[in-house]
Design a protein around this ligand. Structure first.
Ligand SMILES: Nc1ncnc2c1ncn2[C@@H]1O[C@H](COP(=O)(O)OP(=O)(O)OP(=O)(O)O)[C@@H](O)[C@H]1O
Ligand SMILES: [Mg+2]
Length: 280
């Protein structure tokens, strides 16, 4: 018998008043695995994350951590079970040093309540080094780091404070190619350190290289849940972008032939839809 996965949702649903934000969503993620959650705007990604992170209670279905049913009342409850969430708009204090941000809210103290600055500097440098981040100076204000580096500091911090599962809400959305690559590398590092990672993204090109499984959401429902071996990058992209919808849009634009711009856009969309159509 294999043990229960670290995180398991079964048939989870959530309503916001009369809006169905999530319906019948199931997923599993275990230590040493990366689950990617993809979906367009309003698909329910953030709602799903907030349930896992303890910000929202699910109102249907089941949520288990290591086989135990849970219903978190706050992110603190989730954190106590080792589930740490890194939000896109990181709560950092830009003018404070990197080490200070690393220990924010969990400052190490020595006698008389004085902060053990040396310890915090050394630990920050060591933990970042462990994840392959080589900062010249942990005394520099965190605001001077790039967005990618800041995400990495947040990941290293969660690892240091004992996270078993790391939830990342669109960590690469606002980043350029190179910086996104850096963050993706740390996602892989976190997996190698046996964390369970739930990685939310719009971008199948970011998800595919690092994911072990993919959950695709659309209007609050799962439209696909596949291990990597069962789906190609193009199929993932097609599911995500809705190749059929692009084709429809192309037709609509084509019918406004009087505008050159409309025709050009239609041609481009038709091409894109063809490219996305899974080869089978
Ligand atoms: N607090 C709320 N009150 C009412 N409706 C909400 C609330 N939060 C989310 N919704 C609705 O639930 C649906 C799913 O939203 P959610 O934020 O989970 O989507 P998302 O996939 O994260 O989208 P995005 O990519 O834009 O961040 C949307 O229709 C949204 O308008
Ligand atoms: Mg969202």
């Amino acid at each position: 018998m294999s043990e229960a996965p670290l995180i398991r949702l079964s048939g989870v649903g959530k309503n916001h008043g009369s809006i169905i934000a999530l319906r019948e969503v199931s997923l599993e993620v275990d230590a040493g695995e990366v689950l990617c959650v993809l979906g367009d705007n309003g698909a329910g990604k953030s709602t799903l994350i907030k349930i896992i992170a303890g910000l929202h209670r699910h109102d249907a279905g089941g949520y288990e951590v290591a086989g135990e049913p849970v219903s978190f009342g706050s992110p603190r409850d989730a954190l106590a079970r080792g589930i740490a969430t890194v939000y896109q708009d990181l709560a950092v204090v830009p003018l404070m040093p990197v080490w200070r941000n690393f220990f924010l809210g969990s400052e190490k103290r020595k006698g008389l309540g004085r902060m053990d600055i040396d310890h915090m500097r050394r630990t920050t440098r060591a933990e970042l080094g462990e994840m392959g981040i080589d900062l010249r100076d942990v005394d520099q204000p965190i605001g001077t780091l790039s967005g990618g580096e800041r995400q990495c500091v947040a990941i290293a911090r969660a690892v240091h404070f004992g996270a078993r599962a790391l939830i990342l809400d669109e960590p690469t959305a606002a980043l350029g190619v190179k910086q996104a690559g850096t963050v993706l590398r740390y996602i892989v590092q976190a997996r190698e350190r046996s964390l369970a990672v739930v990685f939310i993204t719009h971008n199948p090109h970011h998800a595919y290289p690092v994911g072990d499984r993919f959950l695709i959401l659309k209007r609050g429902r799962s439209i696909g849940y596949h291990p990597k071996g069962e789906i190609t990058r193009d199929e993932l992209t097609a599911l995500m972008a809705g190749g059929a919808e692009l084709e429809q849009l192309a037709h609509e634009l084509q019918s406004t032939q009087d505008s050159d711009a409309g025709a050009a856009a239609a041609t481009a969309l038709t091409k894109e839809a063809e490219r996305l159509r899974p080869a089978d």
